[in-house]
Design a protein around this ligand. Structure first.
Ligand SMILES: [Zn+2]
Length: 172
C-alpha cells in the first residue's frame, strides 16, 4: 500500500483559497499547517504573498528570493509546517506536478529541511476539478502521497495520486 497522508483544509481561509485557485492558472498560495497525527495535518493559516514574492513570468509560478525568505521567516516563528498550493487552471486536470514543479521541489525541499529542521513540508497542485500532492515528513527524504483533502461538512476531495507515482518512478 502507498504510504499516504491526509489534509484537513476545512478552515475558511483554505476553502476560499482553494476555490480561487481552481479558477486560475499558475497561481501560488502558501499556508501554515499543523500535524494532527503521524499521517495527517490541518491547515491553520494563510501566509499572504505580495507581488514581489511571486515569480510568474515563466510558464511555471514560483517564489522569488524575497518570497522564499518571507515564507521561511513566517514558518521559523511557529511550530507549524509550510504548505504550498499552486494551480494549473482549466487545463490542469487530472492534477499532477509538472516536470518543472518536480525539479523545483527536488531543489527546494532539501533546503527547507536544513532551514526548518523537524518540520514537514506539504505541496499541492490543483486543476479545475482535481487535486494532487506530496508531503515530506520531518524524518524522511522521500515524500508520502497526499491521499485526500477534508473540506469539512463531510466532504472529501480525493487526490489523483499521479505525482507520487511519477516521483518514485524517477531516479533522484
Ligand atoms: Zn505546476
Amino acid at each position: 500500500m502507498i504510504p499516504s497522508f491526509t489534509l484537513d483544509v476545512s478552515c475558511d481561509l483554505a476553502r476560499a483559497a482553494l476555490a480561487t485557485l481552481r479558477t486560475r492558472a499558475e497561481h501560488l498560495t502558501f499556508f501554515l499547517a499543523e500535524p494532527t497525527t503521524s499521517r495527517a495535518a490541518r491547515c491553520v493559516d494563510e501566509i499572504p504573498l505580495e507581488a514581489r514574492h511571486v515569480d510568474g513570468s515563466r510558464l511555471h509560478v514560483g517564489l522569488t528570493e524575497a518570497g522564499r525568505a518571507h515564507v521561511l521567516q513566517r514558518a521559523t516563528r511557529t511550530n507549524q509546517w509550510l504548505m504550498e498550493v499552486h494551480s494549473h487552471g482549466a487545463l490542469g486536470d487530472p492534477a499532477e506536478f509538472s516536470l518543472t514543479d518536480r525539479e523545483g521541489l527536488a531543489a527546494w525541499v532539501p533546503h527547507l529541511r536544513w532551514r526548518l529542521p523537524l518540520k514537514g513540508y506539504i505541496a499541492l497542485v490543483v486543476g479545475s476539478s482535481t487535486v494532487d500532492g506530496l508531503t515530506w515528513m520531518p524524518d524522511s527524504r522521500e515524500p508520502l502521497a497526499v491521499d485526500s483533502l477534508h473540506l469539512g461538512r463531510g466532504q472529501n476531495w480525493r487526490a489523483t495520486g499521479l505525482s507520487y507515482e511519477t516521483w518514485i518512478g524517477e531516479v533522484r
